[in-house]
Design a protein around this ligand. Sequence first.
Ligand code: OGA
Ligand code: NI
Length: 347
Amino acid sequence: MAVNLETVFKSVQELANSKQVPEKYIHPEGPVNTSPPLLDVPEVDLSLIISPTSPARDEELNKLQSGLKSCGCFQVINHGIEDSFLDKMHEISKQFFALPTEEKLKYARTVDADAIEGYGNDSVLSEKQTLDWTDRLYLNVFPEDIRKLQFWPQKPECFREVFEEYLKKLKLLSESLLKAIATSLNVEENCFLDQCGECRTMVARFNFYPPCPRPDVVLGVKPHADGSAITILLQDKEVEGLQVLKDDQWFRVPVVPYGFLINVGDQVEIMSNGIFKSPLHRVVTNAQRERNTLAVFIMPDADVEIGPVEKLINEERPRVYKNVKNYVELFFQYYQKGRRPIEAAMI
Ligand code: OGA
Ligand code: NI
């Protein structure tokens, strides 16, 4: 039987407008601390790392390493992408979510259980699941042959053009970042990048968090670690919301306008033999303001086996992870069972 999405689908944005919070969005664990202490995330100047003659290069690499060791993330500044262009990228994403539901539903993901690509709200993977207070647009972007253009918005009109340019820039940025991350560990600069392979995958997730009447009991995104190698997050310039777990405590991630927040995902945790840990993070909601972010996940080619870099395995640090292939699939299997997917890769 054909399902008419328009009658079934209710975006979080529509819930927000009607000031309703259905039971399914209420977290059973009790109150959410929306303003814990601020996390000390180092700001790394990428221009100083890229230039081989820069006297400050080592210092920046040390900052990067200490950020990744202490909380699994760092902010990158002076990355070469212009502020005005990032404003444009934000703008088209906002404009997309501001379109009437009917228009956005042209790009709706299908109702199949495992369909994630396209526009929708939290994917329901199990009956008991508490839902995230967010609407999303999820797009596979690289390699180009995995694109499903039927999900790519045609409104605002410049969406595809601007987004395409953004992706080209992020592809280059991801290479510099993977090199810098390896260099910070004194291993060959291409060793993480090469493991990701020629055909590494990039997936983009536009996250839209409408204001929520009950930030004390509802989460924008429940706690998770990313299954990527690294994630490049363009945060909202004005509204905070992301929190990272460090030493069993939640911390707020500061907003650095025009910077990117870089976090390692499970696959760099594996490649670095656990020296860098993929941080658990969550998003809290906010009663007054909406929040827009864009996450781009950089992932190894699904056909390539990845594993800890040899030079990072030694007597003091024996191998912690097996070699794995197509981690993202493993990730979703474990995620559905409510387990940390990284366990699947442990020896
Ligand atoms: C994600 C994520 C954080 C944010 O998309 O995986 O963690 O602030 N997003 O939107
Ligand atoms: Ni995440």
